[in-house]
Each structure stands twice: as structure tokens, then as C-alpha cells.
Design a protein around this ligand. Sequence first.
Ligand SMILES: Nc1ncnc2c1ncn2[C@@H]1O[C@H](COP(=O)(O)OP(=O)(O)OP(=O)(O)O)[C@@H](O)[C@H]1O
Length: 255
Amino acid sequence: MHANLPPSAPESYAAHATDLTKVYGTGDTRVVALDAVTVGFVRSQFTAIMGPSGSGKSTLMHCMAGLDALSFGSVRLGDTEISSLNDRQLTRLRRDRIGFVFQAFNLLPTLSAVENITLPMDIAGRKPERDWLESIIRTVGLADRLDHRPGQLSGGQQQRVAVARALAGRPDIVFADEPTGNLDSRSGAEILEFLRDSTTALGQTVVMVTHDPVAASYADRVVFLADGRIVDELHAPTAEAVLERMGRLTPAHQV
Ligand SMILES: Nc1ncnc2c1ncn2[C@@H]1O[C@H](COP(=O)(O)OP(=O)(O)OP(=O)(O)O)[C@@H](O)[C@H]1O
């Protein structure tokens, strides 16, 4: 398994940031959202990013996914230095090599579940690999819902379609931003299990931003941010351990 390579081996990372710094605004409105963050996401691992509100979680995800430009530092996706890419190359990289799952499911209402799953590949002119697609659909348990439109599916089922869509192109990495934020706890648990299965059974790499210690406990590793810096990390986390670490980072009035 790639996950057993030493973390220092560059090939063990699906994505890696070095001294990643992001500054918004200038003068009085200047905010250092990320302050020289160095972090790697090991292939075939599930990593959760946690931290108090405003600590830089979304900014880290957006910079590493090529959705936002860096101020300083570098981000590599596999062998590709993304800060060296122009807008067109970045668009292609996001489309072909990154999967996204958001809190809102962002499905097209007029398309069936399977059409939604294959849409990004259809747009890219790529043919889905049949076996891969079937294993994803099996993993997320959608085989008997493929012809349903999003309006005929529950929230949990719609998010399963969104997870399958993110995985369909066999991306180098999947970024999930609060993927269970709109779901009841049972549907949320299913989605988290699918994300975890996609790393253990399918070898995918998943990075998830979450506020929820229970959600984070599904990950192999939790990285904690505070004030734009990585301040802690946990391996094989339990919800209790995550909660305890978060308690140390969050001022009492915000808990
Ligand atoms: N487009 C922007 N312009 C100016 N400042 C921004 C912008 N986006 C984020 N920030 C600031 O950068 C800091 C980090 O924001 P970010 O959204 O990454 O935090 P977060 O940890 O994801 O927060 P939350 O948990 O509330 O979503 C905050 O101080 C925020 O106000």
C-alpha cells in the first residue's frame, strides 16, 4: 500500500503544499489566511481538516485544488506544480484530476443519477472505465437508483450520487467540503463510510473539511489548523480525541 511509504517520499503524496501562504486584501483589510503551511496528503488515505471558524480550512482546500491562487509557496498535485499553470491548464487539471464534493449536492435536476455521475467525463470527452464505474456504483449502493432524477432521491442518496460523480473519473484526489453538513446523522454516516471505502477498497485519496468530530473520526488522520497554521495532528482518531484537541484550539466563548 502506498500509505505505508515513509511520509517523506514525494511519490507517497497525492498532493503536497510547501510554505503555502495566502494573503487576502492589503493595508487595514490584510488577512493572512494561511501562514507558510507545509502539509502532504498521502495517497490512498482519508484526511480530515479541522479548526475553529476562520482558521483557514476552506482556503487551504481551495488553494490545493487550484480554485484560488497562492500568495507564496508551492502546491504540487502528483508531479504537477499547480502555481505554474495558466487558467486553461488549471481548469483542465480540476476537471481531469480532482473530484469535488460539496455540502450542497450540486446535481443537475433534469439528468438521471447515472447521467449526473458521468457528466464531468462526458464534458471532458472521456469514456468512463466500465469496471471502475460499476465498482463505484456498487460501493455507494446506487445500483437500483440509476434512472432516478435527483428530485426522486433522498438527500443522502443525492449526496451518494455526488460522491460517485467525484470518483467516476478516478481522480488523483477528492476534496470534500462539509459533505455531511446537510444530512441527518444516519445518511451522513453512510457518506463517510463510502468516502472511507473509496480509500481502503478503491485506493482513492480523500481530503475532507469538517466541523464535526464524529465525521473526522472516519478519517485516517486529522490535521488541525488555527490562525492559518497547522498546529496539531492525530492519527487513527476517535471522536473523543478530536473533540478534546478542538477544545484546546477554540476559545471558550465559541464552543
Ligand atoms: N475572499 C476573501 N477575502 C478576504 N478574506 C477572506 C476571504 N476568504 C477568506 N478570508 C479570510 O481568511 C481567513 C480564513 O478563512 P477560511 O474561510 O479559510 O476559514 P475556515 O476555517 O474555512 O472558516 P469556516 O469554518 O468558518 O468556514 C478568515 O479570516 C477569512 O475571513
